[in-house]
Design a protein around this ligand. Structure first.
Ligand SMILES: Cc1ncc(C[n+]2csc(CCOP(=O)(O)OP(=O)(O)O)c2C)c(N)n1
Ligand SMILES: [Mg+2]
Length: 458
């Protein structure tokens, strides 16, 4: 938890974000992407996402030919026919009918200070593809739900959405271990999910309820999980903290690494360069990741940065520029970076080229400094979820029905989480100062005046 002074600083810095409820007319209308299914209609007895059942036989004839997004080199390997006591299964479609793994050509990364970079091909198994799809689609639906609840004034305060950038979180997480460490800025809902927190706990945190992952006292920007250090509101401040975590890994000699994420706007901050210096000097196992989503609030990278080659800005730290809209590119680049760190070579920098669909925060309609056409163009050319789905469909790795089933289950999970987030109780007042530390003995907390006698119990 942030001490009160931090909270005040965050409040002052983000004061513009608070104006959101005053300007509902400025907010983007995303209703076309948002499920308007009545909450009352959701079935509370349904459980979380389950792997879909084997789908019916495919209608390959109606499928469009490979698009330019897809340049696969299909390995012809398929599972052997299933032998059952009743004989070989051929009548109905089973998992055996799908191509179990495909190797795709992926975009070459630009390199800085490196002779060799990540591979140009990436293998995707059917199970991995479905898992990445589920992760990205859950984050997408969660964010669209948050948008809706915000406009209904059920979520208040700061709220920065991550839709558009899902391949970054899914790709990074696919390449590191849960025992590795990760820290990010305030656009944190996606990473909170990929670090293992449930949609329910995230949504309840957004509405400030007891069942939230930070017990309703952190909100959108302050969510945590084991080996996940937030959710940080001060631009760039999480980068030195991440290097500190990497120093702890090195000190303990545990082979773990820390992924320290920041934005293109934060990339111009002094503390980032101070961190680079110490991390390189001490060979810290830290992957610095600049999520270049083209804007820092309403300022485009061209207007803010003398050099927009963010992957080169570590100077003496090697860097790679990665297609951040392609989950496979991100995964392969992160694997490469993690190997680099674990082998004792010190830090590495990754620039992930990505895009945010929403405005900076809920107080920003997101169309005064960029056009609707620009957003639409990115959506139609390189949406990370659509690209993965297309790849899998056009290579017979999954069926349309299977994706539909998964979409329905995800929608339902998000609806149920939203229902919980609206019905769960708010934390009691006595809880106000509790949980400042995870496991300290009770401590006195300074209140708003010298006579306050508040206690924090963990
Ligand atoms: C030290 C500091 N300065 C300014 C701000 C206000 N602020 C909040 S977000 C932001 C833009 C950051 O952009 P970027 O790093 O590109 O991240 P993105 O929002 O695009 O994810 C600014 C200037 C702040 N929170 N902290
Ligand atoms: Mg940015």
């Amino acid at each position: 938890m942030h001490p009160p002074s931090d909270c005040l600083a965050v409040f002052l810095l983000f004061i513009s974000d608070w104006s959101a409820p005053c300007f509902p007319q400025l907010l983007i209308d995303l209703s076309e992407y948002v499920s308007l299914v009545s909450l009352a209609a959701t079935d509370a007895t349904k459980t979380q996402w389950q792997p879909p059942k084997p789908p019916p036989p495919p209608d390959v004839s109606s499928r469009p030919p490979d698009t330019d997004l897809v340049n696969p080199q299909i390995q012809t390997e398929t599972y052997p026919q299933l032998e059952t006591p009743a004989g070989t299964v051929v009548a109905s479609r089973s998992y055996a009918d799908f191509t179990p793994r495909v190797t795709f050509d992926i975009k070459k990364c630009d390199l800085h200070g490196l002779e060799v970079g990540p591979p140009l091909k990436a293998e995707l198994t059917r199970a991995q593809g479905l898992e990445y799809y589920r992760t990205m689609q859950t984050v997408r639906r969660m964010e669209l739900k948050a948008d809706q609840l915000y406009k209904q004034k059920i979520i208040r305060g700061f709220c920065h959405l991550y839709d558009g950038q899902e391949a970054c979180a899914a790709g990074i997480e696919a390449a590191i271990n849960l025992s590795d460490h990760l820290i990010t800025a305030y656009r944190a809902h996606g990473y909170t999910f990929t670090r293992g927190v449930s949609v329910k706990e995230i949504m309840a945190e957004l509405t400030g309820r007891k069942g939230g992952v930070a017990k309703g006292k952190g909100g959108s920007m302050h969510m945590y999980a084991p080996h996940f250090y937030g959710g940080n509101g001060i631009v760039g401040a999480q980068v030195p903290l991440g290097a500190g975590v990497a120093l702890a890994c090195r000190y303990q000699g545990n082979d773990q690494i820390c992924v320290s994420l920041y934005g293109d706007g934060a990339a111009n901050q002094g503390q980032i360069f101070e961190t680079f210096n110490m991390a390189a000097l001490w060979k810290l196992p830290c992957i610095f990741v600049c999520e270049n989503n083209k804007y820092g609030m309403g300022t485009s990278v061209e207007r803010a940065s003398a050099s927009t080659d963010y992957y080169k800005r570590g100077d003496f730290i090697p860097g790679i520029r990665v297609d951040g809209m392609d989950v496979l590119c991100v995964r392969e680049a992160t694997k490469f970076a993690a190997d680099h760190c674990r082998s004792g070579k010190g830090p590495i920098l990754m620039e992930l080229q990505t895009y945010r669909y929403h405005g900076h925060s809920m107080s920003d309609p997101g169309v005064s400094y960029r056009t609707r056409e620009e957003i639409q163009e990115v959506r139609s050319r390189s949406d990370p979820i659509f690209m993965l789905k297309e790849r899998m469909l056009s290579n017979n790795m999954a069926s349309v029905d299977e994706f539909k089933e998964m979409d329905t289950a995800i929608r339902q999970e998000v609806e149920e989480a939203a229902q919980f987030a609206m019905s769960d109780l708010e934390p009691p007042l006595e809880d106000l100062c509790n949980h400042i530390f995870a496991n300290n003995p009770p401590l006195d907390v300074r209140g708003t005046n010298q006579w306050s006698t508040l206690k924090s119990i963990s």
